[in-house]
Write a protein that binds this ligand. Structure first.
Ligand SMILES: Cc1cc2nc3c(=O)[nH]c(=O)nc-3n(C[C@H](O)[C@H](O)[C@H](O)COP(=O)(O)OP(=O)(O)OC[C@H]3O[C@@H](n4cnc5c(N)ncnc54)[C@H](O)[C@@H]3O)c2cc1C
Length: 388
C-alpha cells in the first residue's frame, strides 16, 4: 500500500517539528523529571501558537471549530509532539486542545450545550469510566456497576478502577449495567458530573506513570437524570468499543514519539562516546542494536499510518487499530530499552528522559487494552467471529 505523504501533510509535519524543537523542547528542560504541566502563562503561549498555526483543536470536526486535518495528519502530529511533555503530551489537555470524548459529538443538543461545548472551549475536563476491579480486558462481562431506574432518574451503585484523571474531571462517561440478564446489550453509558452526591474518588492509584493519575471511584446511590444517557439504553458497549478503537491510533502514535527521539539520541551518543579507543558506533554489537531500533520503528510507523489511512477512507479499521497499538507499544518498549542501554549509566539517570520514557512506555502495553487483548481482536478477525 502507498503510504507516501501529500505535500500538505509534509508541510504541516515540518511546521510542527519546528514548533516542537524551538518552542516546546526548551520549556521541558525547566520541568521536574516527572512533571508535565507548564506554568499557565507558558502554556497559554503555546496554545496561542497552535491557534496561529491553525492546528488548535485536533480531533475536533471542522463543523465544531476544529482544524481541517485528516486522521493521518493528526497521527503524524502526535508522533512529533509526544516526543516532549511540556504542555503537549496528553491530547485534549495539551497545547493542541482536542475533543476529550469524541463520542460526545453524538450527544443530544441539550447534552452538547451543557458538556461538549464547554469542553471544546477548554473549560471542562473529562474522564472515561469503563474498567472495574472485576476486570478491564472484557468489560462487557466484567461490569458490575449497576444502574436501576427510578422515575426520571437512574440510581447507580458500584466502583470503577484505573480511571485516568477522574480526580480533576468535571464530568465523564460512566458505563453501568442496566439489564443484568444481557451481556453487551445490558450496558448503558451515562454522562455523570463528578460533584454530584454519591460520586466519590476513593483514591489515587499510584502507578509507574506520575502525571495524570489513575483513580478508583465509587458510586453510592448516585442519581443521574434519564436525559443524561448518552445514546440509547443498552447502547453503552458500542460506545465504549468505538472509543477504544478510535483511541488506539493516537495512543500508538504517542508511543512512537519518545521511541523515535530515544533512537535519535542513541545514534548521536554512539558516535561521540568512545570506549577502548573507538566510538561505540564502530562496534557491531551497538550497530545491531541501532539496526533493530530502526526496523522496529519503520515497521511500527507503517502499521500506524496504515490504520490511519484506513480510518481516513472510512473503512472498518478495527483490526488495523489493534495491530498498530500492539506493534507500536511493543516496539517502543524495545527501542527505548536498547537506547537506554547504549547510554550506559546515563540511560538510567534522571538527567536524561530515558527512565521516564521507560516507565511510561511500559504502561502503554496495558492501557487502552493490553497486548493480549489486541491479539485476541486480531485472532477473532483471522479466525472469524465464531471465536468467542
Ligand atoms: C495507568 C492506567 C490508566 C488507565 N486508564 C483507564 C481509564 O481512563 N479508563 C478505563 O476505563 N480504564 C483505564 N485503564 C484500565 C485498562 O484499560 C485496563 O487495565 C486494561 O484493560 C486491563 O484490564 P485489567 O487491568 O483488569 O486486566 P485483566 O482484564 O484482569 O487482565 C489481566 C491480564 O490478562 C491478560 N488477558 C486478559 N484476557 C486474556 C486472554 N483472553 N488471553 C490472554 N491473556 C489475556 C491481559 O492482557 C492482562 O495482561 C487504565 C489502566 C492503567 C494501567
Amino acid at each position: 500500500m502507498d503510504l507516501s505523504l501529500t505535500e500538505e501533510q509534509k508541510l504541516i509535519v515540518e511546521m510542527v517539528k519546528r514548533f516542537v524543537r524551538d518552542e516546546v523542547a526548551p520549556l521541558e528542560d525547566s520541568l521536574d523529571p516527572d512533571e508535565d504541566t507548564l506554568p499557565p502563562e507558558q502554556f497559554d503561549k503555546l496554545v496561542a501558537k497552535t491557534k496561529e498555526m491553525g492546528l488548535y483543536g485536533l480531533g475536533i470536526p471542522p463543523e465544531y471549530g476544529g482544524p481541517e486535518v485528516d486522521i493521518t495528519t493528526n497521527t503524524l502530529i502526535a508522533i512529533e509532539y509526544s516526543q516532549h511533555r511540556a504542555g503537549l503530551y496528553a491530547p485534549c489537555y495539551g497545547a493542541f486542545g482536542g475533543a476529550g470524548l469524541a463520542q460526545m459529538f453524538e450527544a443530544t443538543e441539550e447534552q452538547k450545550e451543557k458538556y461538549l461545548y464547554p469542553t471544546l472551549r477548554g473549560e471542562m475536563k473529562t474522564f472515561f469510566g469503563l474498567s472495574e476491579p472485576s476486570g478491564g480486558s472484557d468489560p462487557a462481562r466484567a461490569i458490575q456497576t449497576r444502574a436501576v431506574r427510578d422515575g426520571d432518574e437512574w440510581v447507580i451503585n458500584g466502583s470503577k478502577l484505573w480511571i485516568s484523571g477522574a480526580d480533576q474531571a468535571d464530568y465523564g462517561l460512566l458505563f453501568a449495567r442496566t439489564n443484568p440478564k444481557e451481556g453487551r446489550g445490558g450496558v448503558t453509558c451515562f454522562i455523570v458530573e463528578t460533584h454530584w452526591p454519591g460520586f466519590n474518588v476513593r483514591r489515587i492509584v499510584h502507578t509507574l506513570r506520575q502525571a495524570r493519575h489513575a483513580t478508583e471511584i465509587q458510586m453510592e446511590d448516585l442519581r443521574v437524570p434519564h436525559t443524561n444517557i448518552l445514546g440509547v439504553e443498552g447502547g453503552g458497549f458500542a460506545i465504549a468499543n468505538d472509543r477504544l478503537t478510535r483511541q488506539r491510533i493516537p495512543y500508538a502514535a504517542a508511543c512512537l514519539g519518545p521511541a523515535f527521539k530515544a533512537h535519535e539520541m542513541a545514534i548521536e551518543y554512539s558516535q561521540i562516546r568512545e570506549t577502548f579507543g573507538a566510538a561505540l558506533s564502530s562496534r557491531q554489537g551497538i550497530q545491531w542494536m541501532l539496526v533493530e531500533n530502526e526496523i522496529d520503528l519503520r515497521t511500527a510507523r507503517w502499521f500506524v499510518l496504515d490504520a490511519a489511512a484506513k480510518a481516513d477512507r472510512g473503512d472498518d479499521f478495527r483490526t488495523e487499530a489493534a495491530i498498530c497499538k500492539l506493534v507500536a507499544s511493543e516496539a517502543a518498549g524495545r527501542v527505548i530499552d536498547r537506547s537506554m542501554q547504549i547510554h550506559g549509566g546515563l540511560g538510567v539517570a534522571k538527567d536524561l528522559p530515558f527512565e521516564r520514557w521507560y516507565r511510561e512506555i511500559r504502561i502503554r502495553r496495558i492501557g487502552e487494552g493490553p497486548s493480549e487483548v489486541q491479539k485476541h481482536i486480531i485472532a477473532r478477525d483471522i479466525l472469524g467471529a465464531g471465536l468467542r
